[in-house]
Design a binder for this molecule. Sequence first.
Ligand code: ADP
Ligand code: ZN
Length: 731
Amino acid sequence: MDLPSYYDPGALVSVLTTQPIDRLLDYRAPEGGLAQGAFVQVPLGPRQVMGVVWGPGQGNYDASKIRAVTKVLDVAPMRDEMREFLIRAGDYTLTPMNAMLRLATRAPGLSDPPSMQKVYRAGAEEPDRMTDARRRVLDVLRDYGGLSFTLKELSEMAGVSTGVVKGLVTQGAVREEQAPRDTPYPRMDTDRHGKPLTDSQAAAAAHLERGMRAGTYGTTLLRGVTGSGKTEVYLEAVAACLAQGRQALVLLPEIALSEQFLIRVEQRFGAKPVEWHSGVTMTERRRAWKMVGQGQAELVIGARSALFLPFRDLGLIVVDEEHDTSYKQEDGALYSARDMSVLRASIAGARVVLASATPSLESWANADAGKYDRIDLDARFGTAVLPEMRAIDMRNEQMQPGRWISPSLARAVRSRMEKGEQSLLFLNRRGYAPVTLCRACGEQISCDHCDASMVEHRFLKRLICHQCGDSKPVPEACPKCEVEGKLAPIGPGVERLAEEVEAVFPEARVAVLSSDLFSSARALKAAIAEIAEGEVDIIIGTQLVAKGHNFPKLTLVGVIDSDLGLQGSDLRAAERTFQLMRQVAGRAGRADIPGEALLQTHQPEHPVIRAILSGDEEEFWRAEAEARRAAGMPPYGRLAAVILSASDPQAAFAAGQELARRAGPLNAVQAQVFGPAAAPIARIRGRHRVRMLVKADKGVALQGAMAQWVGQLRPDKDLRVAVDIDPQSFF
Ligand code: ADP
Ligand code: ZN
């Protein structure tokens, strides 16, 4: 498309706003004119809203009523590459453009004028008197080594009044300075060298560097067991990218964005990279957004939404732990950050590195089909070897009721303790017990707003719904039959497992790692550091421990319930279990002591359990791929889901039935429709949910047909329609 690059004052321009309006709006260019792609503030009714100059005005309004752009924001205009990315990502996910623009402008205060502000950083003096509040302020400043904060940020992060900070300023313990609001980030030093690489690491790095030099799009799957040095290798590709003067983005699952990782990057390049995730302060977000757009931020380490930053010259995207389910956004715009990375890179002429110990079947198949190259790192770095993996057949274990640690596992833990080594007991269930049952009437306590059972959290002394987050105190009496004292926990969560561990190993030092048990990221970090230093004998953990943390003394992993993930009817149940179990097992034996992983299971002959134990990953992928191919399922066929929700269950069903009757647009592309059926979780937050599933051949352009099909529904205030292309979850 040929667009003018500049509009003179008074010229008509069309503006895409962030507001939910399904068309572009015409405005007049202000005094001084404006650039194509300029970010602007425009009047809309009584309000001022943000938008982007999308092209020449359409001129189909009464010219005398067209208003002028209020102001042009002081940020780099949107580049053509970004515009094309948003259009194509929106088309692919069937997300309206204004929602795409909101994803691309997730930084507050972009319309504020550039200005100076007071910032606060650590000072040289000690305060005369140390109070709790003062210590918290100084801790925050120390934790963020050298960073400065606004008064509001600092007092909020420390949980103190602004007066406490001001008091520390008078004492010289905190410095108050004037600073420009948004400043460039320090340069990355690409002359520094990384660690000397092993031969296979060097070969992998050279492969990626060659790709970088080609200057064209390409995707590489970097598969390597945990600890094989994938990070070392892809940092070499980052170095090559930065040395070319292009920008690089490393995506990590939010939970793996650890301090450890950032320090590692800083050591490699001599400066801190830009961080982009939910923990970044508002001021830093705006600075990051602007500087990325001006090319004054070279390397961004971020969670999935960093993909929508306005890079000026993006040369490389690394998607670490590419199989991780958190790359799929399950709320609002339903996109897969992994797939969208490939799209963005193909538009930008950039490289993609997908790194994982256990790739998604999608990526494995793309490599298998030759669409991606693939590099394998098969050995762990140095002396570390992969843990030995064995099943504990629970059918042969003498289990007492209410106990989940088998005698065999207990013996193994004890022998590790005697050697001063650590054990991890893995159970992917937060809370005390997944179900609370009344022994008098059989009632199971469930959420008032969702079809989900309430999970008891003893630590918090509440029942919590893991769907909507609602909570209530644990009642004395059954809400149904009102009999007192008969409510009983059923099944284990990590908190209950901790009780068992205390009973079985009274002398052990125990830590429970579960996301809900920590009040702040800092508290979690402290717990992780304690474990790494060997202050703990037994770690009890959920999914939280499966990722990225390095515990050198950890040599035994016991999986409490390996069958947990195998039960669902989910398309990816086998794949997910395989990935999670291999990943958790990979925590053991990272340093010089060999590790061991024991999987408690009732079905040791299950093909997935056998594949996990045998370690023959290719065999597992090939078998899983064959099964999917035979069933015409992704990645060999296409799926799309529609989730209809309404406060009235009949309304949701009726809409589904109407869609089922009017399947013409789908029939035209030979797609099949299933449903409507009540969703597995049929009610969330008081809204009744109905699902439909569409299945098509791989080559079918499904989006157009889907849009036409769903577009037949009459708009209705109560009915919400979400379309999920390539659904990952089916709840
Ligand atoms: P992965 O990303 O595959 O899990 P890492 O890159 O994190 O692996 O490497 C695992 C550990 O081994 C890290 O502590 C890393 O610093 C170390 N390591 C890997 N390769 C080398 C190397 N060539 N020289 C020194 N240390 C290395
Ligand atoms: Zn709920």
